[in-house]
Design a protein around this ligand. Structure first.
Ligand SMILES: Cc1ncc(COP(=O)(O)O)c(C=O)c1O
Length: 391
């Protein structure tokens, strides 16, 4: 480039470098330019590999999708802006007028809102079923069902889906089975290997692990499904930000270690809570008292997860006393952070349900959900004992 015709306004060339960066470079560019029409056309027509405009994908989302697809044993996957946009992409890609949805009653609160209100307003019918109770759901899923949605380990009651029976029920009605694997993680269970059609994640949570981004993922083993999802994500603008994908990839490097430590802490915390006089119930699939313990043992290969829910003795005041006394454990509406966190589902994730519906699911006013972190167990133990004793 001639010196005379340079301008600070114009873009620079990357410096020559025969080395390869160790970390994935962050690629915030919205657009990728080409030397001529033929090159751009070849990329649009998928005859050549490349990126065009960020809503259609970017290098960081491609790297991250590939990594999570590998973890989930998926042929491919699509990144989205959040877990809820991943779920939106599934429904908006695949539903056609007249199609039905079947959703588990035990789902994240906003997934319940999407299936019971938003999609119903758009003309789709949703049937709800108890995913732990195959005796009732085999006959409850209508013949026009196109998509079935369930979580393997549910939020926040940690109920476990009877997955083999649900796969059979989906086949019987010819529906696509979508599993939200956020709580379970790819290590706990691999839905695609066992008969699900799609797996989704709120990557915001345990996979990225640091509460500094929102992202979603959907994976599948069917190219036609993947193409539809990809098209919906780019057309409706549900795409993921490069920076969030870059951060999430960094978080994923330590996923195995974080999971191992947090799972071990969760098992120990569940046992501690079980014995405490101010705790009336503990929900944790690794306990033999859990209603789905035998299904959890069958599906999860000992990976009972990083979440524990429990019911605190007493009323609202007691709940506040506990939360204030647990001053080192943040009380805030998320999960999957490196550090232990608390939420009260009745006032956070499930606040939009009627009280009677909420109680039917077992979500009592004093139910506390613990997202167990990777601190030393001794620290967690001492903080909990202090707060429980104060309550
Ligand atoms: C099980 C589950 N699925 C989906 C979501 C939604 O994810 P996001 O907040 O990334 O949209 C959440 C969020 O808490 C969740 O817990």
């Amino acid at each position: 480039m001639s010196k005379k015709r340079r301008s600070v306004v114009r873009r620079s060339h990357e410096p020559e470098n025969i080395g390869t960066p160790l970390t994935t470079p962050l690629s915030p560019s919205v657009v990728f330019h080409y030397p001529d029409v033929d090159h751009l056309k070849a990329v649009y027509n998928k005859q050549a590999q490349g990126f065009t405009y960020a809503r259609y994908g970017n290098p960081n989302s491609a790297v991250l999708a590939d990594k999570i697809s590998w973890m989930e044993n998926a042929q491919g996957g699509v990144m989205t802006a959040s877990g809820m946009s991943a779920l939106s992409a599934v429904f908006l890609s695949l539903l056609e007028a007249g199609d039905g949805i079947a959703a588990a009653t035990q789902l994240y609160g906003q997934s319940l809102k999407m299936t019971s209100q938003v999609l119903v307003r758009l003309g789709f019918n949703t049937t709800f079923f108890d995913a732990s109770d195959s005796a009732t759901f085999v006959n409850a899923i209508p013949a026009n069902t196109k998509i079935i949605l369930a979580e393997i380990v549910s939020n926040p009651m940690l109920r476990v889906t009877n997955f083999p029976a649900l796969v059979k029920a989906a086949k019987d009605v010819g529906a696509l089975l979508v599993i939200d694997n956020t709580f379970t993680t790819p290590t706990g269970f691999s839905p695609l290997d066992h008969g699900a059609d799609m797996v989704m994640h709120s990557v915001t949570k345990m996979l990225s692990g640091h509460s500094d981004l929102t992202l979603g993922y959907i994976g599948a083993n069917d190219q036609e499904l993947l193409n539809k999802l990809d098209e919906t994500v780019s057309t409706l603008g549900l795409n993921a930000s490069p920076y969030n994908c870059w951060l999430a990839e960094r978080g994923l490097h330590t996923f195995d270690l974080r999971l191992k430590q947090a799972q071990s802490n969760a098992a120990r915390l569940a046992r501690l809570l079980f014995k405490h006089k101010n705790v009336t119930k503990v929900h944790y699939p690794g306990l033999s008292t859990h209603p789905d313990h035998s299904m959890a043992k069958k599906l999860l290969d000992g990976h009972f997860g990083t979440m524990v829910s429990f019911v605190l003795n007493g009323g609202h005041e007691n709940l506040n006393t506990f939360l204030r006394a647990a001053e080192n454990i943040p009380y805030g509406p998320t999960l999957g952070d490196v550090a232990t966190m608390l939420i009260v589902p009745a006032v956070s994730s499930h606040r939009e349900l009627d009280k009677s519906e909420r109680l039917k699911l077992g979500i009592e006013d004093n139910l506390i959900r613990v997202s167990v972190g990777i601190e030393s167990f001794e620290l967690i133990r001492d903080d909990f004992l202090e707060a429980l004793d104060a309550a």
